[in-house]
Design a binder for this molecule. Sequence first.
Ligand code: GLA
Ligand code: CA
Length: 780
Amino acid sequence: MRKVFFLCLLILTAFTGQAQELKGTPGTFTLGNKEFLLNGKPFIIRAAELHYPRIPKAYWEHRIQLSKAMGMNTICIYLFWNLHEQQEGVFDFKGQNDIAEFVRLVQKNGMYCIVRPGPYVCAEWDMGGLPWWLLKKEDVQVRTLQDPYFMERTKKFLSAAAKELAPLQIQNGGNIIMVQVENEYATFGEEQAYMEATRDAVRTAGFDKVQLFRCDWPTNFNRYQLDGVATTLNFGAGSNVEDKFKVFQELNPTAPLMCSEYWSGWFDHWGRPHETRSISSFIGSLKDMMDRRISFSLYMAHGGTSFGQWGGANAPPYSAMATSYDYNAPIGEQGNTTDKFFAVRNLLKNYLQPGEILGEIPEAKEIIEIPTFELNQSAGLFVNLPAPKKSETIQPMENFDQGWGRILYRATIPASAARRKLVITELHDWAAVFVNGQQIGKLDRRRGDNTVELPPLTTDAQLDILVEATGRVNYGKAIIDRKGITEKVELTDGKTSTEIKNWLVYNFPVDYEFQKKAKFKKGTATGPGWYKGTFKLTKTGDTFLDVSSWGKGMVWVNGHNLGRFWKIGPQQTLYIPGVWLKKGKNEIIILDVDKPEATRVAGLREPILDELRPDESLLHRAKGEELDLSGEVPAITGSFSPGNGWQEVQFQQTQQGRYLCFEALNAQQANDPLASMAELELLDEKGNQLSRLKWKVVYADSEEITAANHAADKVYDQQESTFWQTQTVGGKPKHPHQVVIDLGEVVKVKGFRYLPRSDKSTAGMIKDYRVFLKESPFKL
Ligand code: GLA
Ligand code: CA
């Protein structure tokens, strides 16, 4: 029996030329002429991206095997610096963080590995994987050589990571075939020297033999060069593959082609519709890549869950990521197979190497239901305050050595009969404001809220501002995103403003040990507070915790942090892996900073990921509001040419203004009533792009925000794959369509750059347009 087995293995090895290094024999992986070479033979990478912290360790192998069963030969992983170095200088690569163990599991299952150690990774992960404690340095800069401290810490992390993984390079008998340098750097900067230094740091750290690569977009990869490093491109489901590689191939005629992130779906934001990508559009381009022998990595093959505090955010406009990272990926959040999964498996089985066998689908994980039960103990937040710290000025939580969670700022405000307001600069990210214990307002950074009206006060009063941090920005220039209140709180009566000083500061970290300490009593708390309950199980299994009757906060089950919830959706359930449950008694603690409608939960067999319950209009147009452009003089009137890609337009003269109106007069296709736009950039007199960090949409005549996420602010979210599109159903959309943006300050503009949508659809692509720029607001 054993002999037969070894004989088979020998034959298989001879056939594929791949298997020997998967058993510990050194091998090679190099760049050939238009193809990758594995041990000297052509090799097409079919990779599945998985994120080890988004999968409980006990399920790692299950997800790896599912990926193999989909037809993959490689697993691609990011390393998350801030997970491994939660305290400066203290590294953790054990248990759930044991990356070497993960890579060895991949090898055990006969697959190769691509490692993307950062230091920056994006990934809808808090601060894109950078540790929050970097922000304790006041003038810190990231992803640049300008800050030696950032580079020094980067090198330390890379060395620690390489200590774990360098022995697993293919040249050492491991299965790691490539290692990535940084991540989509061209979307952030053009500092070639930084990328060179990071490449060298990856090498010096210990990834000294393996093939290096870097990934960027088809439209921007040429912003810097990186010698000795392969270039791969990222793009999404439904892309025109030939188009995406066209420019790259012209410039690099002999390079092997790889789509290093082929986006299978997309991620969800709180308060925005659930994202999906159709199977047909997704499979079409994948087949095209296979037919052209183009390597790919599916981002994500299985997204999993951003447990705990790890979900990130985008900005501008600030918008935090939901907890589920299901991603509409082929393997669902619970490790379940979907129609997309079978579509990939059915496709890829036709493209296996000779002798390669499609992996078997591992057994599904059991799902259980938990009947509804009450959390009948509670502990009010205000009667469970930790010891405060004193601070003359208000400061972000990082300055108090707190990484995540909630923070309460308390001060005294003087009596006054006048009408006064509080003005907060800046609120990160959500707050409830109390005067003498009475809630007087709630503020939300997504809307740019920063003021609260104060009631008249006959005596001095106690002011409490409870701030919840909901994920650090993980993408773009807004990544330096301190939490709490970052600058000041002012009291203003319309004439004079005074800064409020002498604060008491209470820190509420996310650790379970901290939540456990609250003094629970029977009954319901008034105001923000913790709730506790227990439930008994006779058998364990995965389940989806229905938190739809709760306000906003976080959940811990048996000490495991399940992540954030928010009643606005679109997700109304939180995934509980069965391995975190036990037979007998289980404990659940919920911290709600807003207010539960009912204090009950249940375990469901299916997740609810698409139930949006916005607590305010998300549209950038009030009822009855109509933009009046009569009497306005356009800065320019013009026509775009049809087709994809950036187009640049110069004004006759430099214009000055703060309010910009872009008006689409018609579409490229006759009778198309829609307007759509992926990105809009303004250029100064030197042709440089103006910062878009302060931009805010003040008006959009129409936006599709129910059927899909095409809000007007998608024109400056720095994502080429997202776009504004006017409403397709319901309303009666017709031209002209306008979006008005407050640029946040008066600027000089000489021209602009426009990017049409870049998926296969051409709906709403703009033809004739007008642009207006004014110092005063437009008439609405
Ligand atoms: C980019 C990044 C990824 C991820 C995706 C979107 O491609 O490289 O980390 O953020 O966008 O999911
Ligand atoms: Ca966009």
